[in-house]
Write a protein that binds this ligand. Structure first.
Ligand SMILES: Cc1cc2nc3c(=O)[nH]c(=O)nc-3n(C[C@H](O)[C@H](O)[C@H](O)COP(=O)(O)OP(=O)(O)OC[C@H]3O[C@@H](n4cnc5c(N)ncnc54)[C@H](O)[C@@H]3O)c2cc1C
Length: 355
């Protein structure tokens, strides 16, 4: 029998940061992960963008969350010997005159710390077709998700803290403690992405799952210095490869790459990008998004030995370091969880899911 304090299900970006902060706090844990190549963290671009939407507004809590996340990735990168995060400027080509106006209004006002209009609007004429100019968003960041997930996974394996397997709820016994096969734990924490939306403890939480697809292209003449955006986002992956995405599909029947996305992305890219490109891969996943666009963090109000860190939606890279740290402080020092994300706000519906 293995005895541990925390059993973590999932090593996407949420489970990675949860186990990272528990590790730093000197607490014992075991992670079970099935290494699903179609999990959201393995398909995402890894972009952290401080502003969002056609109205170009700052994303929720960005002033607090962004410096925290950057510091966390840098620290983790140093410890794992990888470049975990890179600062990039985002070039946003305006799809409409309204967007250009919103951009220049925000840039002159409350958002001038993140957005600006360039001096010379012709500098990307060689690479892209655009008629309405562009704005710059800075600082943006690109997280090296593949490198980070793999390096942390290898560290966990070395320390005998990772089980590569599919967790089965059928084998879980929950009392004041947790029993799962030959593991006894004080608590189990679900960081299993979309699968929490069907488990018996959390299925009533207001998830709003959303499918996203992306292409991986090779283009040797395009500068990897920037992230480019106009309807699609083009993010540099290194070695002349770029991530191109993504779709936001509310109606879907599977998590597979579709011909419809591939055809429309190639068409859009062909009219936007002037440089030649080849499609190398096509990926798809389902985002663990939520109706309120706020994460789900905390222990179950009726089963204190069962917890969740989930619901990161489109922003797992920025939200997960901050809320994993907050959750670990809560678990180890009993400090509060931000009410906006604390799942105790759903205690009524969480009770009814068990009846
Ligand atoms: C196309 C696309 C583009 C995106 N781009 C960005 C972006 O640029 N920036 C950004 O911040 N966010 C982006 N996102 C969102 C981001 O991917 C998510 O917010 C984030 O990855 C969620 O991480 P997670 O760890 O909570 O869940 P997941 O990444 O889904 O991880 C869940 C983990 O649990 C494991 N697991 C699940 N079930 C079991 C089981 N039964 N047994 C064992 N293991 C299990 C899986 O193997 C996986 O490792 C994008 C998403 C998509 C789909």
């Amino acid at each position: 029998m293995t005895n541990t304090e925390f059993l973590i299900v999932g090593q996407g970006i949420s489970g990675t940061f949860l186990s990272w902060y528990l590790h730093r706090a000197g607490r014992s844990f075991v992670v079970i992960d099935k290494n699903d190549p179609a999990s959201s963290s393995r398909v995402a671009a890894g972009i952290i963008n401080p502003v969002t939407g056609r109205r170009v507004v700052k994303t929720w809590m960005i002033e607090e969350i962004l410096p925290f996340a950057v510091n966390a990735y840098e620290m983790m990168g140093r410890e794992l010997g990888i470049e975990a995060i890179t600062e990039k400027k985002m070039i946003e080509f305006f799809p409409s005159a309204q967007m250009r106006m919103a951009f220049s209004e925000r840039g002159a006002g409350s958002h001038q710390d993140y957005i600006s209009l360039p001096g010379d609007e012709s500098i990307f004429f060689e690479s892209f077709n655009y008629e309405l100019g562009f704005g710059e968003i800075s600082p943006c960041y690109l997280v090296n998700l593949p490198g980070l997930l793999l390096s942390w996974r290898n560290r966990l394996k070395k320390e005998n803290s990772l089980i590569e397997d599919t967790f089965s709820e059928h084998d879980l016994k929950v009392h004041s403690q947790i029993l799962y096969k030959n593991i006894a734990a004080d608590k189990i924490i679900f960081c299993d992405g979309i699968y929490s939306s069907t488990n018996r403890f959390f299925r009533n939480l207001p998830f709003a799952l959303n499918k996203g697809e992306a292409l991986i292209i090779h283009s040797k003449d395009l500068s990897p210095e920037f992230i480019y955006k106009k309807n699609l986002t083009l993010a540099p992956l290194g070695n002349e490869r770029f991530w191109v995405g993504a779709s936001y599909e509310w109606d879907f029947t599977d998590n597979l790459p579709s011909d419809a996305f591939r055809d429309s992305a190639i068409k859009t890219l062909s009219t936007w990008l002037k440089k030649p490109f080849e499609v190398e891969d096509h990926v798809a996943s389902i985002r663990p998004a939520t109706v309120e666009r706020r994460p789900f963090v905390g222990t179950h109000p009726w089963f204190p030995s069962v917890g969740i860190l989930n619901g990161m939606g489109t922003k797992g890279c920025s939200l997960s370091p901050y809320f994993a740290n907050q959750f670990v402080n809560h678990l180890t020092k009993n400090t509060p969880i931000l009410p906006d994300v604390d799942i105790s706000r759903f205690s009524g519906i969480l009770k009814s899911s068990l009846q």
